[in-house]
Design a protein. Structure first.
Ligand SMILES: [Zn+2]
Length: 257
């Protein structure tokens, strides 16, 4: 099967790719993976993402500080991210957002950082890549403060109502290998409700490897399993899902198809 695939979210800066990163990234187009966005989680990984995007024409970068990094970040880091947004290989601010999975100790700092980075997106006209875990109410509350900013909720775990709220405001929804997990029920119901022109796909590599590779190191070659699952849910061909999500992501990120 020959597909044209856009992996909208893969952490190829992660140390687990140390041994074979260049070999893997060079091989992706041969597997149909024609575009990849590598998001940053802090200043270091944002810089590394940009460096990789310079080396491979099919790779693009996002720059941002992840909510889980908020207590580790140093003064001046948000300004360093802002400077990176001027780079032509940087297509979005991300990943940014709120994560209360391990508690709410840093909630105030996370919210402040999220607002700072949404403001940067507003000022530069960039899209945002939002990470929201166990923090739906606060995330949409803050997003509503920036009506001019749109982006994607990555690895979407919200409800169909939540997705509808985002779609009305011009946002995109992106799904990972979670869709293929045996216990996945809600995300499957949500996928059904999302119009084909608002969907994107991602690995979130090295995490979230889909069945049948669940638990292993993930990479963009596995995205075909996510595409096949969406095709099954939507009653479309995998080729159609791959092409639509590819073109959606090109349009969304302002990348040439
Ligand atoms: Zn991520």
């Amino acid at each position: 099967m020959s597909l044209q695939i856009f992996d909208t979210h893969a952490h190829y800066t992660d140390e687990v790719f140390e041994g074979d990163r260049d070999e893997l990234l060079s091989s992706l187009p041969a597997f149909g993976v024609k575009r990849v966005v590598i998001p940053g989680c802090d200043v270091k990984t944002s810089r590394e993402a940009i460096a990789l995007s310079r080396r491979y024409p099919w790779i693009f970068a996002a720059a941002g500080i992840h909510p889980e990094e908020v207590l580790r970040m140093r003064g001046g880091d948000p300004e360093r991210i802002r400077d990176m947004l001027a780079d032509s290989r940087v297509v979005a601010v991300g990943e940014i957002g709120l994560d209360y999975h391990y508690g709410k100790e840093s909630a105030e700092e996370q919210k402040a950082l999220f607002r700072t980075q949404l403001k940067m997106a507003e000022e530069t006209g960039k899209k945002v890549i939002v990470h929201s875990r166990d923090a739906w109410e606060d995330t949409v509350g803050i997003v509503s403060e920036f009506p001019a900013v749109t982006g994607v909720f990555h690895c979407f775990g919200g409800s169909a109502d939540g997705a509808a709220w985002l779609l009305r405001r011009g946002w995109m929804i992106s799904f990972t290998g979670v869709l293929t997990f045996r216990n996945a029920r809600r995300p499957l119901e949500v996928v059904k409700t999302i119009p084909l022109d608002r969907l994107m796909v991602e690995t979130d590599a090295p995490y979230m490897a889909p069945e049948p590779n669940r638990g292993k190191r993930n990479d963009s070659r596995n995205l075909v399993y996510v595409i096949e699952k969406i095709a099954e849910i939507k009653g479309e061909s995998p080729e159609k899902i791959a092409e639509d999500t590819y073109l959606n992501a090109c349009r969304f990120y302002g990348v040439e198809p």
